[in-house]
Design a protein around this ligand. Sequence first.
Ligand code: FMN
Length: 320
Amino acid sequence: MMEWTDRHCRFFLRLISKRTFLYTEMVTAEAVLYGDRTRVLGFSPVERPLALQLGGSDAEKLAAAARIGADWGYDEINLNVGCPSDRVQSGRFGACLMAEPELVGDCVAAMGASSGLPVTVKCRIGIDDQDEEEDFDRFIDMVARAGCGTFIVHARKAWLKGLSPKENRDIPPLDHARVHRLKQRRPELEILINGGIGSLNEARAHLTHVDGVMLGRAAYADPYLLAEVDRELFGANATMPSRLDVLDAFVPYVEAELARGTRLNAMTRHILGLFHGQKRARAFRRHIAESGHLDGAGLEVLQAARGIVAGEAYRTVAAA
Ligand SMILES: Cc1cc2nc3c(=O)[nH]c(=O)nc-3n(C[C@H](O)[C@H](O)[C@H](O)COP(=O)(O)O)c2cc1C
């Protein structure tokens, strides 16, 4: 998710779940080809398994960018065919490509050939006045024929005219059943469902119909939601870290990044939801939000925030 799942966020999420597959923010093929590659593509090996999500519609450029992604060690290349922003439409990529399955197929084939990695597609169930049955099936069939075996489907249309990207994540109605039907019709394809899924129980229910579930906003707002994924969904027998364990494990990373000149807030803004629903969660969030962005803010902010949720401040008061 753009501006959200950057490498700091992903490192943090990986402390909570080892098995969840993580995705980068969308980066354009041009940014990969002509941008500062360390900034655009750099990640810690700890973040794997990790997919690089690309945006674009020029098969040659996408192929070159996918190849570079493979060289950097990504496990999968994903093509964004779901983003509805105007900026993205004017560059002819994102959700508007739902109307151009042949072009998407060409891009997928070129990316697969150049990178040697699995190429997956993240799409919607349609755009504007497309027919959610026929047009969507046609899109999937043509792109699958070009070599895409995995689709991650945000189970609502994108309405490209008149809605903001944010509205396009909430207003077009969700149709999870349409994604389930896709899996029934093409059982040999790997189908992952996305959109409005807020808990592991909901995810588990979808898994009786499809192969995987992608969580977006829920996992960002309440990242500890992922803590049970390894055990419950992947059958791993590792012990689940506590929220405080996660926070403590993040400290050495933050320390190393601070030493490299990264601002504290660039990392701590992603952990605001760690204590979601717990006692003193609001005070934890407030302390980090208010102090984390100040010039020179360092580990002491994190330590004080830890004290708040661990109840140290309360114990001090009680002992006084
Ligand atoms: C801030 C934000 C940024 C997003 N950026 C991307 C992106 O870069 N690529 C993408 O495929 N989807 C992006 N999305 C959409 C999500 O991946 C997801 O499809 C959508 O939020 C619906 O799933 P959810 O209800 O689980 O959040 C973004 C969503 C949000 C809230």
